[in-house]
Design a protein around this ligand. Structure first.
Ligand code: OGA
Ligand code: MN
Length: 211
């Protein structure tokens, strides 16, 4: 992808802020070193084998509902207070990005919450918004991919619709290890196309303080 921003460079984070200001989304690489990405994947798979995952639903806490047919991934929420050193590295980078976004865009991002997600072969997530207008929770979505070998034909692309209605204009992003996609949660319709093999990621949201 030609518009891929490099977060390992010193001005990488500010380039994301500029992209969010100009178009509302960014596709990046280099948030963490490749070894750290590999360890995140391993921790995700171990937690999955140990039974730490549950079928994904829509909403969280009391609002949680499983709606058959919308999505078929499994998730495990991350907890900053019990995070492994590797997971803490991820949270630290996300903190740095949060500060940069708040300084540049005054979005008042307050916290990040996220989960590991595993899409088994055939799993998908139909077209949706992560937040609805007027819902003051999720403001910025960050999806981070942990799949070392992803090839054309493996499916599982993130289809990000660029037009307001989410109908005509889209880009497809492969879930390749180290790619992070960042976008305004209430602005962009998106979907995960059916995956032809296991697909591992961390999805999360920067949120504003609840009122
Ligand atoms: C989500 C989501 C996208 C992806 O979990 O809300 O849209 O590429 N994930 O995994
Ligand atoms: Mn989503």
């Amino acid at each position: 992808m030609s518009q891929m921003l490099d977060l390992s460079s010193p001005d990488g984070l500010s380039a994301v802020v500029d992209a969010l200001a100009e178009k509302g989304w960014a596709v990046t690489r280099g948030l963490l070193p490749a070894e750290t990405v590999a360890r995140l994947r391993e921790e995700c798979l171990v937690a999955h084998r140990q039974g730490g995952f549950h079928v994904a639903g829509i909403g969280r806490g009391g609002d949680f509902t499983v709606r058959e047919g919308i999505r078929s991934d499994e998730v495990m929420w991350l907890d900053a207070s019990t995070a492994t050193p590797t997971q803490r590295q991820y949270f630290e980078r996300l903190d740095a990005l949060q500060r940069e976004i708040n300084q540049g865009l005054y979005l008042g991002l307050f916290e990040f919450e996220g989960h590991f997600a595993i899409y088994d072969e055939g799993a998908y997530y139909k077209k949706h918004l992560d937040a609805f207008r007027g819902d003051k929770g999720r403001v910025v979505t960050v999806v981070y991919y942990l799949n070392p070998d992803w090839h054309l034909g493996d499916g599982g692309e993130l289809r990000l619709y660029l037009d307001e209605k989410g109908e005509t204009d889209f880009i497809d992003i492969e879930p390749t290890a180290g790619t992070a996609v960042i976008f305004l949660s209430e602005r962009f319709w998106h979907e995960v196309l059916p995956s032809c093999k296991d697909r591992v990621s961390i999805t999360g949201w920067y949120k504003v303080r609840p009122v």
